[in-house]
Design a protein around this ligand. Structure first.
Ligand SMILES: Cc1cc2nc3c(=O)[nH]c(=O)nc-3n(C[C@H](O)[C@H](O)[C@H](O)COP(=O)(O)O)c2cc1C
Length: 231
């Protein structure tokens, strides 16, 4: 049985496009693989704490066996989030673009789960590449929504997109070796025909992507364009 970790982080509980995309993804997935275990973590409802000086000093300076009760409590949120991540096959990262990057709640999640000796090892004997991921074998799907558009390759806002590119840079530490699958809605703030077309395309892309990810042969002959992007 597969396990999906759904990470939500839109501050909007109503009218959220990313939540709509995610609900559709999970509905389509459950039709095809109803026994999948789905863990839903709403980072907007319960944002992980920010890392602190004590947090850093503990993870980098103290052997786990020597942690005090206070240090154990300090690292409890990180332990819980890493424990959850370690069990899953697919990470469904559902995120708006805020200020050209990821919402703070999602960044706080990354800062808690990317942790030395838990999700990466650090060894200066490796030279200029001292960091190696510990987890492996997971798939990453990013569902995003953006108020503006033209963030694609060669487009006018390409250099402003620090959302999927940032997530992709960190993905190895989540145990994701291959490129993420990406579906996005653009032009939300304009509410015009471009927005409507982008949203309709996103639903078709999700349908095709679910088919691809749940079909061992990976080919959908009947629906969607199958053009969810890899980045
Ligand atoms: C705080 C905030 C910052 C935003 N910053 C950007 C931005 O930098 N670029 C952009 O294209 N859209 C931006 N938007 C628009 C959102 O990406 C867009 O409304 C998206 O649909 C939000 O996701 P949701 O519908 O799931 O809530 C921002 C929205 C908010 C609330």
């Amino acid at each position: 049985m597969k396990t999906i970790l759904e990470l939500q982080c839109s501050a909007r509980k109503t009218r959220s496009i990313t939540r709509e995309l995610s609900a559709f993804f999970l509905q389509e997935w459950s039709k095809r693989q109803p026994k999948t275990r789905i863990i839903c973590r709403d980072l907007s409802n319960t944002p992980p704490p920010f890392v602190t000086e004590e947090w850093i000093a503990t993870v980098f300076g103290v052997e786990e066996a020597d942690y005090t009760q206070v240090q154990k409590e300090l690292l409890a949120p990180s332990d819980e989030l890493i424990g959850e991540l370690a069990t899953v096959d697919l990470i469904l990262m559902v995120t708006p673009m805020y200020n050209y990057g990821m919402p703070a709640a999602l960044k706080a999640w990354f800062d808690q789960v990317i942790r030395v000796n838990k999700t990466f090892s650090f060894d200066l004997a490796r030279g200029n590449q001292p960091i190696e991921p510990i987890l492996s074998g997971k798939t990453l799907v990013i569902l995003s929504s953006r108020g503006e558009g033209d963030f694609g390759l060669g487009e006018v806002n390409e250099s402003m997109n620090h959302l999927e590119t940032h997530i992709s840079s960190c993905r190895h530490f989540l145990g994701v070796e291959s490129e993420p699958y990406l579906v996005h809605v653009d032009y939300q703030e304009f509410g015009d025909t471009r927005f409507r077309a982008s949203k309709e395309q996103a639903f078709r892309d999700i349908e095709a992507l679910v088919f691809q990810l749940t079909d061992p042969n990976g080919h959908n002959p009947t629906s969607g364009t199958g053009n969810a992007e890899h980045i």
